[in-house]
Design a protein around this ligand. Structure first.
Ligand code: P6P
Length: 334
C-alpha cells in the first residue's frame, strides 16, 4: 500500500522543492489544520453536543449567528493567537480585526477566515466548511491596522478551506497548485489524497440559486437561459444544475469534477455588489480555482485583482471551469 503522506511531511517536502513555505507559514498552516480538526469534532457531534441552533446574537453582516459559528471562530482565535506567526486576524464573525495580544509574540502574517461557511446548513446536516486566506503584514511600519488587511487577492501567500462532510478534507494552495488532505480519524492527522488538482476547462454543470432568476442582470440571465435550452439551444448540449447553498461544498465539487459557480449581483439589494465576501470567501476560493486551472471573476474583472476598500466588502462571484467563466464574463463585457 502507498505510504501515507501527512500534511506536515507534505509541507516540509514542498518547502524543499519550491521554498514557498517558510517555517512560520508552515506553523500557521499546521495550526489552522489542527483548529479545523477541533471544529470538525464539534460539527460532527451535532445535537449530541448541544451545538445546533442559533446563538442570541448577530454578526457584523446582521446575520443571526449559529452556536457553531461562534464556537468555530473562538477555536481559530485561540489556536492561532499564541504561536508567534501572526500579527492579527480578521473573521466574518467579528466587526474589527483581532490584534495578537501583547502577551504573545507578533508574527509577520495576517489570517482571515470565514470560520463556518454555509451555517444555514448546520441544522439540516449538510456539508459546511471553514475558509481561510493568508496575507503578509506590510513591513513598512510598526503595529498592525485594518488597512494592512486591504490587499488584493493576488497578494495571498496561502489559501484553503476545510469541508466538514462525509469526509473532513483540507484543501490548500501556497501558489504551486492545489492539494487535498483527508482527516484520518484513527491517526488524528490529515493525509494527502490528491495533489495538482485540475478543473476541466469545459463543463455541463452550473451552480446558482435559481430562485433569484427574476432579479438577475441580463448577462447572467442570458447564460442560464442558454444552459436551460440544452441540446436544441445555442450551446448544443444539455446542462445539469447543483446548488448546495454552501460555497465550500459547491467549490469542492467544482475542484473535484468541474462546473461553474455563480453568486452574481442582483436587483434585490442593488447597492451591494454581491452577497459573498471578497476577503475571506471570494479571494481564497478564487485563488484555489485559478491554481487548479480555472478562472474567477466578478463578471467584469479577475477577482484577485480587485483592490478592497473595506474588510467585509461583498463581491459578485463567477468561478470554475475556465471556458464557462470566460463566456459569462464575455457576456458582461459585451
Ligand atoms: P443562498 C452561505 O450562507 C453562503 O454565504 C455561501 O456559502 C453560499 O454559497 C450562499 O451563501 C448561499 O446563499 O442565498 O442561496 O442561501
Amino acid at each position: 500500500m502507498a505510504q501515507k503522506i501527512s500534511l506536515t511531511r507534505y509541507l516540509v517536502e514542498q518547502q524543499r522543492v519550491d521554498g514557498l513555505i517558510p517555517s512560520q507559514l508552515r506553523l500557521l498552516l499546521e495550526v489552522v489544520a489542527r483548529a479545523c480538526k477541533s471544529i470538525s469534532q464539534a460539527v460532527n457531534k451535532g445535537a449530541l453536543g448541544g451545538v445546533l441552533g442559533t446563538a442570541d446574537s448577530e454578526n457584523v453582516q446582521g446575520e443571526v449567528q449559529k452556536k457553531l459559528d461562534i464556537i468555530a471562530n473562538e477555536v481559530l482565535i485561540e489556536a492561532n493567537e499564541w504561536g508567534g506567526h501572526l500579527a492579527a486576524m480578521a473573521s466574518e464573525e467579528m466587526e474589527g480585526i483581532y490584534v495578537v495580544p501583547n502577551r504573545y509574540p507578533q508574527g509577520e502574517y495576517l489570517l482571515l477566515f470565514d470560520p463556518l461557511d454555509g451555517s444555514s446548513n448546520i441544522d439540516v446536516n449538510v456539508s459546511i466548511g471553514t475558509i481561510f486566506s493568508v496575507l503578509k503584514k506590510p513591513d513598512d511600519h510598526p503595529g498592525v491596522t485594518e488597512q494592512d488587511f486591504l490587499q488584493a487577492g493576488r497578494q495571498q501567500v496561502a489559501a484553503g478551506y476545510c469541508i466538514y462532510g462525509p469526509q473532513t478534507t483540507l484543501v490548500l494552495t501556497v501558489g504551486d497548485g492545489v492539494a487535498m488532505f483527508t482527516l484520518d480519524r484513527e491517526q488524528g492527522s490529515f493525509v494527502l489524497v490528491q495533489e495538482h488538482v485540475t478543473i476541466p476547462a469545459d463543463t455541463r454543470e452550473f451552480a446558482i440559486n435559481m430562485s433569484n432568476m427574476r432579479h438577475w442582470d441580463t448577462p447572467v440571465r442570458r447564460y442560464i437561459d442558454e444552459c436551460l435550452a440544452g441540446k436544441e439551444g445555442p450551446r448544443g448540449k444539455d446542462f445539469n444544475m447543483r446548488w448546495i447553498a454552501s460555497m465550500v461544498a459547491d467549490v469542492h465539487r467544482i475542484l473535484t469534477r468541474g462546473g461553474i459557480f455563480m453568486y452574481p449581483w442582483d436587483k434585490r439589494e442593488p447597492d451591494k455588489p454581491g452577497k459573498l465576501r471578497l476577503m475571506y470567501e471570494a479571494n481564497p476560493m478564487g485563488w484555489l480555482v485559478e491554481q487548479a486551472g480555472g478562472a474567477a471573476t466578478n463578471g467584469r474583472q479577475r477577482i484577485l485583482d480587485i483592490q478592497p476598500g473595506k474588510l467585509h466588502e461583498r463581491v459578485s462571484v463567477i468561478l470554475g471551469s475556465k471556458n464557462e467563466v470566460e463566456r459569462v464574463t464575455g457576456y458582461h463585457q459585451g
